[in-house]
Design a protein around this ligand. Structure first.
Ligand code: SDX
Length: 437
């Protein structure tokens, strides 16, 4: 990862009679940023940008997005090609190590997943301690953080490359097992252990849906649909949860702790929790007679907290390239399985009405990756509360790749934003007997 900046010219900031020349940084695809890292020390001013809609936090070589053209590339490779031709394990390698693996490298990487697919037997005690209705994102975050206790040798402040490689495979492989175990616990069935003869997705499906009395038939179409979804979710540059992983990691917290924080950030319904919120929204509309116009009106009403979940994006302003692929994947899977899901029909009608409505057109609100993904999870039989967990499993390689890129960059500093204080001016302490009733 380049630790120098490619600059072209400067931007001038004029303040209180002073002029600050700020270098203009230029990215691979011509994106431009003004480097204001000398602003506070030179002028005493800071910038203000709530939600960071205009602020770059770092340079990164992992993922490139173009929100206007609907472009998404992992290490330069278009998402459409990876979704069609790659596997989740191969895409994980690409994101973490910056190149497509040779066959030998991929075989070794894949074999390591088997070595690390089991969780420490004591970790099963977590499931007895959590209430049965625990949201699986809560148990996932807790158990990932607890891995720093089970594998303390990997929590050093400056892990070696080999140690980071091992933690990466551990996390990628074990989260599958943790998530499947949390599902089994929630339905009162015995845990099904990972198998060495099954690849990533079939292994997960087997742990989720087989049991001592029930043989789960692994269907290629289902495996392919989850393969596509995991690849599509694998990274998305500086989104809320990845920025969280970087911020936590910038304090030199270990990878387990940083990822655990990222899982919590992803849980929110404005982020990775949206796939669950979309289905809850569709079920609400369906229960209310399928009155789409009523809910489109609610979404537009500033006095109504209802939002069209699965719509809108901070970056994509024409379309989310992932949403297009997911929508087709949902159609194909339901047709192949012979499933008719009324929520899919409702979602399509909702999209059709919204995309003709000026409120959504003027605000450039389109379906995002979460709008149709829940339809696929439903068809596979994954329970609603596990939808954000599926997002977390998919995003694991992206989180790891960004944490690794950050700690390998010698220019990385601890993240510590400033603020503008708007509280009380200086005042003295008042003893309690003088504070009135
Ligand atoms: C993900 O960042 C990433 O890359 C995230 C992600 C990833 O891969 O990591 O892509 C995954 O999180 C996708 C987003 C999933 N979230 C949802 O589907 C929740 C519903 N969407 C919104 O809450 C919203 O669109 C966000 C959070 C996605 C984006 O919020 P922004 O960029 O802060 O936009 P905003 O809230 O400032 O909205 C701009 C305008 C506002 O109206 P005005 O004040 O200008 O009149 O659009 C309106 C908003 O009220 N608006 C919506 C809306 N989204 C935005 N109105 C109704 N329904 C919506 N969904």
């Amino acid at each position: 990862m380049p630790e120098t900046m490619n600059t072209q010219g400067t931007a001038q900031i004029q303040l209180d009679g002073k002029v600050l020349d700020c270098p203009v940084i230029v990215g691979t695809e011509g994106e431009r940023a003004i480097d204001i890292s000398k602003l506070r020390s030179s002028t005493g001013y800071i910038t203000m940008d709530p939600g960071f809609g205009n602020t770059g936090s770092c340079q990164s070589a992992i993922t490139y997005l173009d929100g206007d053209k609907g472009i998404l590339r992992y290490r330069g490779i278009p998402i459409e090609q990876l979704a069609e031709k790659s596997t989740f394990v191969e895409t994980s390698y690409l994101l973490i190590y910056g190149k497509l693996p040779t066959k030998k490298e991929l075989d070794a990487f894949s074999a390591a997943f088997n070595e690390h697919s089991m969780i420490h037997e004591d970790m099963k005690n977590f499931f007895n301690a959590f209430p049965s209705a625990t949201h699986p994102m809560a148990s996932l975050s807790a158990m990932v953080c607890s891995m720093s206790a089970y594998y303390p040798e990997f929590t050093k402040e400056d892990p070696t490359k080999e140690e980071v490689n091992r933690i990466a495979v551990q996390l990628l492989s074990k989260v599958r097992t943790i998530c499947a175990f949390s599902y089994k616990k929630s339905i009162g069935e015995p845990f099904v252990y990972p198998r060495h003869d099954l690849k990533y997705v079939p292994n997960f499906l087997n742990m989720m849906f087989s049991s001592p009395t029930k043989f789960y038939k692994i269907i290629d179409e289902v495996v392919n649909a989850l393969r596509v979804l995991l690849i599509l979710h694998a990274d998305h540059e500086q989104n809320c949860s990845t920025s969280t992983v970087r911020l936590v990691g910038s304090s030199r917290a270990n990878l387990y702790a940083s990822i655990s924080a990222g899982i919590c950030a992803l849980w929110g319904p404005l982020h990775g929790g949206a796939n669950q919120a979309v289905i809850e929204m569709l079920e609400l509309i369906q229960k209310d007679g399928g009155n789409i116009n009523k809910y489109i009106a609610k979404a537009k009403d500033k006095n109504d907290s209802f939002r069209l979940m699965g719509f809108g994006h901070r970056v994509y302003k024409n379309f989310d390239p992932r949403a297009k692929i997911v929508k087709k994947c949902a159609d194909d899977l339901l047709n192949k399985l012979g499933i008719r899901d009324p929520l899919l029909d409702l979602a399509k009608r909702l999209e059709e009405v919204a995309l003709k409505d000026d409120y959504f057109i003027s605000r450039k609100l389109y379906p995002n990756v979460d709008f149709y993904s829940g339809i696929i999870y439903r068809a596979v039989g994954i329970p609603l509360q596990m939808f954000p967990v599926m997002f977390a499993i998919g995003r694991m390689p992206g989180w790891i790749a960004h944490w690794k890129e950050m700690i390998e960059d010698s220019t990385t500093k601890i993240g510590r934003p400033f603020q503008i204080y708007i509280g009380s001016p200086k005042r003295d302490y008042v003893p309690i007997d003088q504070r009135g009733k």
